[in-house]
Design a protein around this ligand. Sequence first.
Ligand code: CO
Length: 461
Amino acid sequence: MGRQVHITEVVLRDANQSQIATRMPRSDFEDILETMDQAGYYSMEVWGGATFDSCLRYLDEDPWDRLRFIRSKVKNTKLQMLLRGQNILGYKHYSDDTVRAFVRKSVENGIDIIRIFDALNDPQNMATAIDECLKAGGHAQGSICYTVSPIHTFESYVELGKKLEKMGCNSICIKDMAGIMSPQVCYDLVSALKKEVNLPVYVHSHSTTGLGPMTLVKAVEAGADGIDTAISIFSGGTSHPATESLVYTLNEMGFDTGVNLKVCQKINDHFKPVQERFLKEGGLNPSVLTTKIDALNYQIPGGMLSNLISQLTSVNQLDKLDEVLLETPKVRKDMGYPPLVTPMSQMVGAQAVTNVLLGERYKSVSKEVKAYLLGEYGKAPGEVSEELMKIALGDQKPYEGRYDDLIEPEIPGAKAYLGDLAESEEDVLSYVAFPQQAEAFLKKRREKKALKVSYTIQEVE
Ligand code: CO
């Protein structure tokens, strides 16, 4: 038997998020969970990322309930979630008490592995979540967001890997959210990390630019311990390399994935009609299924490019796209080369659009960029332009030390506000993370329950 390679099936989280905007309701997968548990996956990524927001906002589902349900059906396979460090699952920094409670409750409700990342690769932004995950008995997987810039060298990634090891992480993940990591770069990076860091290395990539499947094969050749894949019907394009193709390939190369392709067939058969329905009803845009090499040419993720196009289209100025594409790397450089992942991709993109539309660089600076420059998102990876600092902040000085220490605890206030609308600590956390969506959801839930009670009374009469 060859070397073991772990397979993480991501259909319920990242494939769901990348292809159908996280709109898959529980009814689409509840009947296949027990089969998925038999497939031999090392883990299943099922929660976190945008799933939480989407459950509350669009699906009228309690995200915590979804997790408990999955756990009740998946008894052998590890369950995994994605967490944006100090941002938990939202778009701003939360207080330490929120981060700790959220992480603890995630583990209590059934999560085994928490993949923790930060948009700036700032270890300080991952520290609280990692610490609490370990305390709660979870597996803390620290992430390195892969991006291309003059300051993101192999040395910087290895240094981050070493820091994550020191912080107690159980494994590390190279997170190539844009699918721009080439097979050779991946081979070299995994080799460097395996040499310098004494932790299992997992590789996460996307098929967006077409490099994904090759990149994952090279990752394994370089010694990666595991890779992320999606069941074939939900693979490809903005999603991930296909589980079955990778398992087939790795088996042939003599690696042991432990995944049973016959079971994969059943899983794929289950998801086929789901995919067809999304395709037919418009929830799945066929354009996300094709290979797009723009991200390689412009070095910006596909999702960000489509955002720029839609922003320019909405103001009838799509002819300015080329200018915006030239402006984007300049803004990114001025901001110290943040990786282009949420929320930084939106921040950099919107500022580039503003600069071009106003015909003058930084005539108007968004409040998000100002907050970033003040240090509310952590430490910029590289040097921030002094000129930008002066224009945006004037005499205001960036925070010294850790901004998160200044955030007041959020849970007590939320508890008091919700009163008996919150039936559990989980409800309170939903509200802290997404106040509007959670409050609407909790009110609706109460109405439904009231309705149920009155029906019961009628029946008794
Ligand atoms: Co991803």
